[in-house]
Design a protein. Sequence first.
Length: 603
Amino acid sequence: MDMPEKPAGISRFWKELKRRNVLRSLAIYGGTAFVILEAATIIFPRWDLPDWSIDLVLYLLIFGAVVTFIVAWIFDITPQGVQKTKPAEEQTVGIRQGDSKIWKAATYISLVVILALVLYNIVTANKSLKTGDIESLVILPFDNFTGDDDLEYFVAGMHSSLIGDMGKIKGLRIISKTSANSYKDQEKPLHEIASDLMVDAVVETMVTCIGDTICTQFKLFSTAPAEQLIWTKTYETDKKDVLNLYNWVIKDISEAVELPLSEEQEESLTEERTVDPDAYENYLKGKFHMGFLTRESQMTAIDYFNQALAIDPEFAEAYAGIAGIWGVLKQMDYVSPDEADPEIHRHMNRAIELDVRNDQILYYDGIIKIWTDFDWEAGEASLRKCLEINPNFAEARAYYSHLMMLLKRPEEMREQMKKALRTDPRNPLILVLAQVEEMAELNFTGCIEASLELQKIMPNNPLLMLILFISYTETGAHDLAIDELVKVFSQLADDEVISTLREVYGERGFQLALVAAADNWTGRFETASAQHANMLYAYGGEEEKMFFWLDRMYIRRDPAAPYLGIQPWLRDYSDHPRYVEILKRMNLPVGGETGPQLSSGPG
């Protein structure tokens, strides 16, 4: 490179920069780079790309500036094409490109673009996000300032109800309660919470009294570029009007963020809703205990729901709650399908009779139609109606994604799971369901990495243990697979099954260890999981025993039976007549087929 020889020749070096068009090249490059960086700053967050992706663009543009400098110094554009720049004494004045009108125009345009973008950023840097620009928000857990910790169930229930009702307002992305609850009792700045969840605004709430009157104060903050209070209001509400309180808050917040409401939404928010205070209180207690997955907590929840129904026999959500609990009891193998199914249908049918437009009821109805009745089309219809009413219902969307997995409609599956995670990014259930889908797509390596991270925060999650066992088995990591299976058996069996597994593995290998443990388990435990037994015999190479438990899953209408078409351990039997026959009877896709499909999925 023909660079200046002496530092004292700064003037000559500057002239050389201009003669070689380096400054103009950098000006043009700078304008283009500025546009690219601004576009990345606007577009990348909308695509849910991580923050470091914008930094990466910046670093690449800086590197590009260095390359532009070097190339512009060495080469020049001439009428004869791109040529190496000649020394000043060899260049003819007539062909100097410094006088090119095109170069001048490009330079001036670039400088104007840079100046405009700089001025725009200076002018807007100190402006807060305008209320009309708010498109997403999180409602933080309500602060209980009543002085009575025993009322926490009521405060938590109000928080959950407001999120559920506000989620029905189309045009706002509302973070679901599980992710919102992860910030409970955290002293974290609002702008950091907003950044974590990628939302524009945050709602804080204080509950100061709960008696015949409920006293609340709501505050809405925008967080970009700094926290700014844009709306606050205090309400004193008769307890029987608590459902109307949610309507009033939603309407006031919608006005504060300048969100235009449809005529239907306006009518819904002005509709008077009253509830018997005692019935509602029992319902909230039932919802509170329903969140714990022990048998005892589920039965306690049923008792509270029944107390609510004794006061208000037409409390539709209480019927749906009982139906949902019986589904959980069956799924967790606490009761048999024969015991659970009649209770599920009795309570669900009554809930639907009372309120067919309730998103919670439609959610439970969809779950039951899919995982109890194996009616894919009816289940899809119910979940779609639920999501039409409440597009922010993250768990409903995650289960809709799971249905798409069962029906082998992968593009819809991925789209719906992405939306579920965007609305509820910290929900453990949804995070685990996402890994089931990764496993179904045979992405075992990625599944292992993500599941190990999740296990740090959910060390006793049985589904994560199962996912890791399958993924380790599929990748040949047998020692690690045995360790995960021991964790599974520690929750389902006893020490004898575990010792059999370890002893046979050490003496006779992986496959025989699985078979020996499964024989011991199924021979001694009537509650042995049909799905787990089917899996162990399949991986152990015991085809006849595998099919015995496969038939049993179908005959008993096991809640895991809908997954038969996508289980990794059954893919070697994809064309086996006995396996294909069961899939056909269940109306599940066979081989490369896809399941029944409605006209279009939920938005």
